[in-house]
Design a protein around this ligand. Structure first.
Ligand SMILES: C[S@@+](CC[C@H](N)C(=O)[O-])C[C@H]1O[C@@H](n2cnc3c(N)ncnc32)[C@H](O)[C@@H]1O
Length: 269
């Protein structure tokens, strides 16, 4: 099956060029805290509840600058691995592991052509914002699933580009919008099934987060300043919703406002 990569390696390399190390995942409760890391923590705790995580291995695909690998090691005791073909991105991932004093293995190579020993070697395979950059989606999911042991779990997270976040991304910075394949929850689930995986759940994830919108690559002119003001206003809207959720209760995730879609699937035994 022929495949199209919507983004080049050079694009990713330039993105990781001058990036400062991101802070660790902070999922503590608090009135003014962003509740999204906590929702992820609750989600992962539920998904991994039936797994002996301290005897299991987890691979993050597209692991550049990953703050999640140390989290999975510290919170669940997973033996952690990452794969990414960007040398700069891998170096950042290694520096984060050092900073968090966590042992892990980062493999700097193309995930379509991995070393033999990585095939069918992992209990959990996870990716954040990778699958939506390839056509057809099932082709990249087949490549991800090769890393799974039989009975293993795959978690695929993509940005929700068919809702409000996608609309604003298209309006403010179309070149970034254009590197994404537009997928609904149903389409992402179908692509997993076509790639031979058994879907456990596929859903929009968390109520809102406009900080997902990316203004990178725009020239710093007056139009950029106006776009930045608009985006900041939307991010304050998200913060207002989070405050409400912290005080009153969680709002539903919807196609219209959720920033992410997350699909959990299993490789049949
Ligand atoms: C959107 S980034 C995700 C990075 C990071 N984990 C995050 O959550 O921000 C996608 C990553 O996938 C990597 N990638 C894309 N195609 C790849 C391939 N064929 N083999 C290995 N890594 C690839 C890129 O280098 C990039 O670092």
């Amino acid at each position: 099956m022929e495949r199209i990569d919507k983004v080049s390696k050079e694009y990713w390399d330039s993105g990781w060029e001058a990036l400062e190390l991101p802070p660790a995942v902070d999922f503590e409760r608090g009135l003014l805290k962003n509740p999204i890391p906590r929702r992820f923590h609750e989600f992962f705790t539920q998904i991994f509840s039936g797994l002996r995580t301290s005897e299991s291995s987890l691979l993050e695909i597209g692991c550049a600058a990953s703050i999640w690998l140390p989290y999975f090691a510290k919170e669940f005791g997973f033996q952690i691995f990452g794969i990414d073909y960007s040398e700069k991105g891998c170096h950042l991932a290694e520096r984060i592991l050092d900073r968090e004093k966590v042992k892990g293995t980062i493999v700097c190579t193309d995930f379509f052509n991995p070393p033999e020993e990585m095939i069918e070697a992992f209990d959990v395979v996870i990716s954040f914002g990778v699958a939506e950059h390839f056509i057809p989606t099932e082709r990249v999911l087949v490549a991800f699933a090769r890393f799974l042991k039989s009975g293993g779990i795959m978690i695929t997270l993509i940005p929700n580009m068919i809702g409000g976040v996608g609309f604003i991304q298209k309006w403010l910075n179309k070149p970034i919008y254009d590197i994404h394949v537009l997928l609904s929850c149903t389409e992402l689930a179908k692509a997993h099934e076509k790639s031979g995986l058994c879907v456990i759940s596929c859903r929009y994830f968390v109520s809102t987060d406009f900080s997902v919108v990316n203004l990178n690559g725009l020239s710093r002119n007056i139009s950029f300043q106006l776009k930045r003001v608009l985006l900041r206003t939307l991010i304050w809207f998200s913060k207002g919703i989070w405050l409400f959720e912290n005080v009153v209760s969680e709002l539903p995730a919807t196609q219209l406002l959720s920033p992410y879609i997350v699909c959990t699937s299993k490789k049949d035994k």
